[in-house]
Write a protein that binds this ligand. Structure first.
Ligand code: AMP
Length: 285
């Protein structure tokens, strides 16, 4: 695996690959890699000649008071995961390379619009603008054929797929299913913040979402009933949980619904201790 820090060396390397007709898959990450990232890397490996992973903890997608400084960083562990997955190029840019005038002085941003109005967009203003802008930069630098994203971050995946469509990026977006621990907890770098007691309660999120899906399969269409059931399961199984939101939204527009109809996303964000955990499930009616 070649580690590349500069944008020009990255372009030179990938231009050479493209000239001989080789396809490129891009897996953007913030590092602290785990089995969820690995599934994206494996898909990229299967579907492309060249796999590029990026590792960049993007300052503009963290709000004031969020965990930018403390975000788990483990370059040696990440390199081992990337090597094992057969990654060809690790792009490891500096903040200065990604934001030539500094993150606060960037003038042009990509606004995600109404897709960022609900769910995590409510409590994390500016978060998705940071995500769209950094991923647009990475797409311009890497020029991949395929972009790999996880359904774990469903709102992020929907916004980025829409950005690619609205702005005509010449890339195909591949969204991969959420990888989970055996007990159902969605794997996340932030799970490292959980104490053993909190970790034991964390599968409640998955149980609550599965219960909602069963209710929809059984004919329930009233969103208030579904949200109450999700809340009830979490209260029962994770008494220390603090719910930030539980939302039922249209799968395409991410706007809140009163009734379940068509393809719907049930999503939640819950604090356990200092860890902010998110999860979601897709249902159809
Ligand atoms: P992050 O490093 O957290 O920014 O995540 C990088 C990519 O990995 C994003 O596209 C995430 O959606 C994806 N990802 C993170 N956790 C998981 C998971 N448990 N299953 C599948 N994809 C994931």
């Amino acid at each position: 695996m070649e580690v590349v820090e500069g944008i020009e060396p990255l372009r030179r390397r990938l231009d050479a690959e493209r000239r001989v007709g080789r396809t490129v898959g891009l897996v953007p990450t913030m590092g602290s890699l785990h089995a969820g990232h690995r599934s994206l890397l494996d898909a990229a490996r299967r579907e492309n000649d060249v796999v590029v992973a990026t590792l960049f903890v993007n300052p503009t997608q963290f709000g004031p008071g969020e965990d930018f400084a403390g975000y788990p960083r483990d370059l040696a562990g990440d390199r081992a995961v990337l090597e094992a997955a057969g990654t060809d190029v690790l792009f490891l840019p500096s903040v200065a390379a990604m934001y030539p005038d500094g993150p606060e002085r960037q003038s042009i941003w990509i606004e995600p619009g109404s897709l960022a109005a609900h769910l995590c967009g409510t409590s994390r203003p500016g978060h998705f603008r940071g995500v769209t802008t950094v991923v647009a930069k990475l797409l311009n630098m890497v020029e991949p054929d395929h972009l790999y994203l996880g359904q774990k971050d469903a709102q992020q995946a929907a916004i980025l797929a829409r950005m690619v469509r609205d702005l005509g990026f010449p890339v195909t977006v591949r969204i991969l299913p959420t990888v989970r621990e055996q007990d159902g907890l969605a794997i996340s770098s932030r799970n490292a913040y959980l104490s053993p007691g909190e970790r034991a309660q964390a599968p409640a999120l998955r149980h609550a979402l599965l219960r909602a899906r069963e209710m929809v399969a059984g004919g329930e269409r009233d969103v208030r009933c579904l949200i109450a059931a999700v809340e009830g399961t979490i209260a029962e199984e994770a008494p220390e949980a603090r719910i930030e939101y539980i939302s039922v939204v249209d799968g395409a527009t991410l706007q809140p619904l009163d009734r379940v109809e068509g393809d719907v996303l049930i999503a939640l964000a819950v604090y356990l201790g200092t860890a902010r955990l998110i999860d979601n499930i897709e249902v159809s009616a």
